[in-house]
Ligand binder design. Structure first.
Ligand SMILES: O=P(O)(O)O[C@H]1[C@H](O)[C@@H](O)[C@@H](O)[C@@H](O)[C@@H]1O
Ligand SMILES: [Mg+2]
Ligand SMILES: [Mg+2]
Length: 290
């Protein structure tokens, strides 16, 4: 079996170097909107992605890329069997613009469409989450473990602290679906609901055991591809919101401490329609989540 450790170590080193650009950036007046008033991009997002991709391409010229801002600029999104780097240069751009201190660089690496490693570097906190397939998950070098296999699901869900995400779309269908999902989960009842505003770091909280579950509808592959393997390698479970196998292109995910918790959440949350990441012109613009 091929060993991608050199790629992992290189990915970690360039994530840390590139984060200097983001943390030092000051010119955030150049903020543009993408798919909704909450979906922002800055010149720093674009600069960090260019730095990451050129460094990787220089070392691994045969590798392919799926970068959030390259796709936003019109590059075709296609996941093939080739070694592929899936990059979110700044996950939490709204936080970045508002100086809310949770901003991450997220890098996943796939071969034959299977994720080999994931890196989430929470720049302001200086927290490096990473995992390699079959090698466990780590935070700043310390092993990570999800909150464990739970027995009585009713006890768990009433004691669960789960983490969700900000609602990116401002479309009525998406808003009413997401708010009723949160209401149903609160009625379990759970201990609490949290959202840090970066999908990657939010999802990594399940790997640390700090949250028992996370779900998201409408995000993109680059938001969660890295944190998905980090949760799995920490002993957690990742699946689609309908309970089926996780598919990073579906734009739906549940991450949880155990299959019992994930299944319980899948029973109560509903999805709103949104295009798959790898689907061209699916025409579901009605939900405002494109
Ligand atoms: O800041 P981004 O890279 O745009 O990621 C967003 C994501 O697009 C959105 O769906 C939410 O998950 C946010 O928490 C992310 O930061
Ligand atoms: Mg993102
Ligand atoms: Mg981003």
């Amino acid at each position: 079996m091929a060993d991608w450790t050199d790629c992992l170590n290189f990915g970690i080193s360039i994530a840390k170097q590139a984060s200097e650009v983001g943390v030092m950036a000051t010119n955030e007046n150049a903020v543009k909107l993408k798919s909704s008033p909450a979906d922002l991009v800055t010149e720093t997002d674009q600069r960090v992605e260019k730095i990451l991709i050129s460094a990787i391409r220089n070392r691994y010229p045969q590798h392919r890329f799926i970068g959030e801002e390259s796709v936003a600029a019109g590059e075709h999104l296609e996941l093939t069997d080739s070694p592929t780097w899936i990059i979110d240069p700044i996950d939490g751009t709204v936080n970045f613009v508002h100086r809310f201190p949770f901003v991450a660089i997220s890098i996943a690496f796939t071969v034959n469409r299977q994720t080999q490693f994931g890196i989430v570097y929470s720049c302001v906190e200086d927290k490096l989450f990473y995992a390699q397939r079959g090698g466990g998950a780590f935070l700043n070098g310390e092993p990570l473990h999800a909150s464990g296999q739970q027995g009585d699901i009713t006890r768990v869900t009433s004691h669960m602290c789960y983490i969700t995400h900000d609602i990116m779309s401002r479309d009525d269908v998406a808003l009413s679906t997401m708010t009723s999902n949160i209401r149903r989960l609160l009625q379990f009842p759970v201990h609490g609901v949290r959202a840090l505003g970066t999908a990657a770091v939010d999802m990594c909280q399940v790997a640390t055991g700090g949250a028992d579950a996370y779900y998201h509808i409408g995000m993109h592959c680059w938001d969660i591809a890295a944190s998905a393997i980090i949760v799995q390698e920490a002993g957690g479970v990742v699946m689609d919101t309908d309970g089926s196998e996780f598919d990073m292109m579906s734009r739906r995910v549940i991450a949880a401490s155990s299959a019992a918790v994930a299944d319980r959440i899948a029973q109560v949350i509903q999805a709103f329609p949104c295009c798959r990441d790898d689907e061209d012109n699916c025409g579901c613009g009605a939900t405002g989540v494109n």
